[in-house]
Ligand binder design. Structure first.
Ligand code: FPP
Length: 253
């Protein structure tokens, strides 16, 4: 899979195409992609990483500010042990193979989710990737790994409760902003657009708080098949949506 310069050039001619400041992606269907080809599920995950690499490049080219991808959910622990180990290794391999290129492309990497249950060596790797890219000012690639939206809100709640118990925060002073500042995504814009592949139409515990006003686009392709054409089609759909945030229709710029 690669980026077609002809498509990129064509897109640049379309003035009404809106680019999300923050794009979230639920990369679903690796297993089904593999099964349909008589391959092992793990081969689907390997193709899924290629698709992710391609999407990162697309986001850089099209000027997406933040890209958050759901790569391992708190619920994925129920999968067979070998598959869990394989996905964990994919993260290690992705870092080993792509870190230098990400740095060259000015990408800042953030990994959100709980560090609990992760091997210390993986936690060190995550900390290292975040540190090595922390000064980058281009695309922010947020990898939701060992992530669950409910767990994130529970963790934020515990953090704020500790502040209250210590007398540093009054319960009356807790606002939506206070809660936001205690989430993993503190300081990031909320996702404007969330894509889910493979025809499933669920949020599956992804960015629950942050998705309050996100637009959702569900596509039928399995994640390994999601390419530049798919990306452009989704952006076209997103560009047609009227985002009212609970208000009334406003004129589009
Ligand atoms: C969903 O397909 C995919 C996952 C749960 C794992 C996603 C992981 C990647 C795409 C690569 C991870 C990248 C990094 C950097 C670790 P599925 O297995 O749920 O597919 P199915 O629903 O068809 O079974």
């Amino acid at each position: 899979m690669s980026i077609d310069p002809a498509i990129t050039a064509e897109l640049a001619q379309r003035p009404r195409l809106r680019i999300p400041a923050h794009l979230g992606v639920i990369m679903d269907g690796n297993g089904r992609w593999a099964k349909a080809r008589g391959k092992r599920r793990t081969e689907g995950h390997i193709e899924g990483v290629k698709s992710l690499r391609n999407l990162v490049e697309l986001c850089i080219n099209y000027g997406v500010g933040h890209l958050t991808v759901f790569s391992f959910s708190s619920e994925n622990w129920t999968r067979p042990r070998e598959e869990v180990a394989f996905i964990f290794n994919l993260l290690r391999r992705f870092v080993a193979s792509d870190l230098q290129k990400l740095i060259r492309n000015n990408v800042r990497v953030r990994i959100i989710g709980t560090r609990e249950g992760l091997e210390p060596s993986l936690v060190r790797l995550i900390d290292d990737v975040e540190a090595k890219t922390s000064g980058n000012t281009g695309l922010v690639l947020v990898v939701a790994f060992n992530y669950g939206g409910k767990a994130e809100i529970a963790e934020a709640t515990r953090r704020l409760a500790r502040e209250v118990a210590a007398g540093r925060l009054s319960p009356e002073a807790i606002t939506e902003q206070t809660i936001e500042s205690a989430l993993y995504t503190a300081g990031m814009p909320d996702p404007d657009l969330i894509i889910r592949t493979s025809g499933e139409q669920r949020i599956s515990n992804f960015l629950l708080w942050q998705a309050a006003y996100s637009e959702f686009v569900f596509v039928d392709e399995n994640w390994p098949d999601f390419d530049e054409q798919s990306f452009l089609r989704v952006l076209e759909i997103f560009s047609m949506r009227d985002r009212r945030f609970g208000g009334i229709e406003v004129a589009r710029p």
